[in-house]
Unconditional design. Structure first.
Length: 502
């Protein structure tokens, strides 16, 4: 049995103009097929359509933008806001004169308000035959829906356009602004692929945007929601991180020293690259300083480090680090160190993942510190999904042989502590910091309560922070209840009891 090869979709995928979206679509849009891009006004459909055509222009393909909702002047302004020029892209507009900013109407402009649906579709066909484009953006189907004045007629006209564009070997993006209160699923059945753009307003902070591929025939695309932002230059898309999609860099088991011998002894000699360490404790116990100590020592070994801070500005961080004898400015200037301050109210979880991947894959960061997860939780309040995402992030970083530190602040100062998140089971190692009172002074204690990759001390050591950095003292022997914040010196109790007995 033989097949006509012309009937098979054997062409390479057509790039969307966004490498991230091409990754999500497993290569890009299907060649010579119809795709539906839907989303409410402001979601970025026009911007995505322009990126698609600009990519075609860069490859010397003929491109056509058919607009029934925006004028040519408005499209040029949109492109200009992104630093783009639409020279070389044909724009065919069918708009009422009152929507145009241009008072001198060109003869090629036809008024859609004076036309019947059939005439409008015919004009579109004539323009496509005149230009002969390889890529077409049709903006928008909502105008065709209004002219059709009925679901059956609308479906028939869209089906006719689909066959027409396929016969002319066009790769087409139909834009739909979802003005219908009920989703028109009939469009999904007609389109080869469907991508929906969503815009979500939160109670506080910037709105969140995300996209989802509903369908792409014959393609194993990356499903689920993918965050994106609209910036100058187009849609900046952050594909959802799937750790299994990234190959394991291989087991190196390189050891990471802190530069503090007593601390290294406490953790069993060293921490291992390709593992994650959770540092937990109340505010002010030195969690960030402890993470910085490992990053600073790694930079002295010639490695690159990244600290993402939700709670501290760069100026305060540099002043604090310098006061502890760990001046990071020279490493920042040389490109070895990056301090990235982020605002939880403005940052989506996907964008955070994108920042981490950028520094690990392209800049070669070997140490990553997230300070703190309490701030990250505000960026993603759905705790159950935060845990799933953290699982993917930590698995990915471990596979890339990155030494990762997670900082988590516990509520309370002395006594029983409450964890906002239970990440101990996700982390390979756990360092616990505590305050305790002794001789009228507030002191700090450090202990390691978990390490998957080897042995570690079970003792509790005193932990101090000074101008010279951090110091780890000997084990607090003879004390009971250090982790409760109010320890008891058992030897003293025994001596007193003996005296009373005599």
């Amino acid at each position: 049995m033989t097949f006509d090869s012309e009937l098979l979709d054997v062409n390479e995928p057509v790039s969307s103009g966004s490498p991230a979206l091409d990754y999500i679509l497993a290569g890009g849009f299907a060649a010579r097929r119809i795709h539906l891009i839907e989303g409410q006004p402001g979601a970025g459909k026009t911007t995505l359509g322009l990126q698609f055509l600009l990519e075609g222009r860069a490859k010397n393909e003929k491109c056509l933008y058919i607009t029934l909702s925006e004028s040519k002047v408005e499209l040029i302004h949109v492109a200009y806001s992104h630093g783009w020029s639409l020279d070389g892209i044909d724009i065919f507009e069918l708009v009422p004169p009152e929507l145009s900013l241009d008072q001198e109407r060109e003869q090629s402009i036809v008024y859609a308000s004076d036309l019947e649906l059939g005439e409008t579709v015919q004009l579109v066909k004539d323009e496509v035959e005149r230009v002969g484009p390889a890529r077409v953006v049709f903006d928008s189907l909502s105008e065709i829906r209004l002219l059709a004045q009925g679901a059956l007629r609308f479906r028939r006209q869209v089906l006719a356009l689909k066959h027409f564009f396929t016969q002319h070997a066009c790769t087409v993006l139909f834009l739909d602004d979802l003005t219908e209160t009920i989703d028109d699923l009939s469009l999904h059945s007609l389109a080869h692929g469907v991508v929906r753009l969503e815009q979500i307003a939160l109670n506080y902070g910037a709105e969140r945007r995300r996209l989802r591929v509903h369908k792409m025939r014959g393609r194993q695309f990356h499903g689920g929601f993918h965050d994106y932002v609209i910036r100058k230059g187009g849609l900046d898309i952050f594909p959802r991180l799937v750790a299994s999609d990234h190959p394991d860099a291989g087991e190196m088991w390189k050891q990471a020293l802190s530069g503090v011998p007593a601390l290294d002894a406490l953790v069993g000699g060293s921490l291992d690259y390709g593992t994650s360490t959770l540092i937990i404790g109340p505010s002010g116990t030195g969690k960030s300083t402890l993470g910085l100590r490992y990053a600073y020592e790694a930079m002295h070994r010639g490695e690159k480090a990244l600290i993402i801070s939700f709670d501290e500005t760069q100026a305060i961080f540099e002043r604090r680090a310098s006061g502890l004898g760990m001046d990071t400015v020279p490493f920042t200037q040389s490109g070895q160190f990056t301090f990235r301050q982020v605002d939880p109210a403005e940052l989506s979880p996907g964008e955070l993942t994108g920042i981490i991947r950028e520094h690990v894959e392209r800049q070669g960061a070997a140490v990553v510190v997230l300070d703190s997860l309490s701030g990250y939780q505000q960026a993603m309040p759905e705790e159950q999904f935060l845990l799933l995402q953290m699982h993917e992030i930590l698995t990915y970083l471990n596979q890339q042989n990155v030494l990762t530190f997670l900082i988590l602040t516990q509520s309370g100062m002395i006594g029983n502590m409450q964890n906002p998140l239970d990440l101990t089971y996700l982390s390979d190692s756990v360092l616990l910091l505590r305050y305790f009172e002794m001789d009228g002074q507030i002191r700090r204690a450090v202990s390691m309560i978990k390490k998957r990759t080897g042995q570690h001390e079970t003792s509790i050591r005193e932990f101090a922070i000074s101008e010279g950095g951090i110091k780890v003292g000997p084990a607090l022997e003879g004390f009971r209840g250090v982790l409760t914040g109010v320890p008891v010196y058992e030897e003293a109790e025994t001596s007193v009891a003996s005296v009373k007995a005599v």
